[in-house]
Design a protein around this ligand. Structure first.
Ligand code: AMP
Length: 374
């Protein structure tokens, strides 16, 4: 079985914060990195050995990345199919493009999950306003219309609370020119996620389940341990492991879920890469999700995923950055600050995060409140 030893070069498609944190973890292990990103001095480019500055759809740039790399990985899922094919024929891309095809498209993703007997929110594919009316009547309100592709952090989503909202919501959605679906609204008790790694040899390991709190559809906090029963945590982790094994993932996959009051779990989304809700692992676990991803795609044995301390991860968005900077000397000694080196700070843009390590999740939440930033 293939083993990519330290000293080798890992190519990363995408120069964002996920790539940056992958590189910071991999450099400690002795790997070298080259990234491809359209923006010069990208968050990953700043810490990589080199950056190719080109568009993600530039097939020649992808070829160049492949020629410089012993293994290629990606840090986002909207990889152009032609570029993925080009990389696969010119380089070792253990994550493959099959999984991308599934996770890029909500219908394929949901159908695949259903074929594994995993519950997803009931949904309908729609193309006309009349389809939307029929779907809303069948699914009930509230429901959520989503673009089948390209959405993230709540972009490409419209909550429909009553029938009168149908025409304007449909008009807005139609402007995207993308395929659309409508999903039943799951009145969840908690949002959870589990990050799982599977390596080239087929070894799998899950990180402890995180409890996620979103604000305006963007992840705000991840709490570990999640405030759920042992039984629920085991069920969530088992489900995520099942997904990783069934899809023969290589690398990481994040499984986002809704947990209802009755203890039912619905899978909402899959992300075949490091995930924001796994950032807590950086200091709170024996192995971080980033180190684990590198181990997995290089064929090294997976690291221990045990959690060492309760933790709350809180995201720093553009609107929080100035306050974080001005109160940097007030952070508790067990708070770990991560900033992504993005040149431009914008509202809702992820600029960094802080892991508040504490004796309990409740205490970490209290520390966060005391900062008066979020
Ligand atoms: P998504 O882009 O699908 O991950 O959705 C972003 C966020 O919107 C989720 O984390 C939920 O907070 C909310 N959301 C999305 N779909 C649903 C749904 N079917 N029912 C309830 N909440 C949802």
């Amino acid at each position: 079985m293939k083993l990519i030893r330290p000293g080798a070069t890992i190519g990363i498609l995408g120069g964002g914060q996920l790539g940056r944190m992958l590189i910071l973890a991999g450099r400690k292990m002795g790997y070298r990195f080259v990234v491809l990103d359209p923006t010069d001095d990208s968050p990953s480019g700043q810490v990589a050995d080199s950056q190719i500055t080109a568009s993600f759809s530039d097939v020649n740039a992808a070829k160049q990345l492949a020629s410089l790399s012993d293994v290629v990985t990606y840090e986002f899922e909207n990889v152009d199919a032609e570029v993925a094919a080009q990389l696969e024929s010119n380089a070792f891309v253990p994550q493959g493009s099959g999984l991308l095809k599934i996770t890029q498209h909500r219908v394929r993703e949901k159908t695949t999950l259903e074929s594994m007997d995993i519950q997803v929110a009931p949904f309908r594919i729609i193309t006309t306003e009349q389809d939307l009316r029929t779907a809303v009547a069948a699914l009930g309100v509230p429901c959520v219309m989503k673009t089948a592709t390209g959405g993230y952090d709540g972009k490409g989503q419209w909550v429909i609370r009553d029938e009168q909202q149908i025409p304007s919501a449909f008009a807005q959605a139609q402007q995207t020119g993308l395929e659309l679906i409508v999903e039943q609204f799951i009145s969840f008790d908690k949002e959870l996620s589990v990050v799982v790694a599977r390596n080239l040899q087929g070894e799998v390991k899950a990180f402890p389940v995180g409890e996620n709190i979103h604000v305006e559809n963007i992840l705000h906090q991840t709490l570990v341990p999640a405030r759920i029963s042992q039984e629920q945590a085991e069920k969530a982790e088992k489900m995520a492991l099942q997904v990783a094994e069934a899809l023969k993932v290589v690398g990481l996959i994040a499984v986002e879920m809704f947990l209802t009051k009755d203890g039912d779990i619905f899978v909402n989304e899959l992300a075949p890469r490091p995930h924001n809700s796994g950032h807590y692992t950086m200091e709170a676990c024996i192995t971080s999700q980033f180190e684990q991803h590198i181990r997995a795609v290089c064929g090294l044995p997976l690291g221990d995923t045990s959690v060492l301390t309760p933790v709350v991860m809180v995201n720093i968005l553009g609107e929080h950055l100035d306050s974080v900077m001005s109160k940097i000397d007030e952070l508790p000694s067990t708070a770990k600050l991560h900033l992504y080196g993005k040149a431009e700070s914008r509202k809702k843009r992820k600029m960094g995060h802080v892991n508040f390590l504490s004796s309990s999740v409740e205490q970490a939440i209290e520390q966060i409140q005391q900062m008066g930033i979020w």
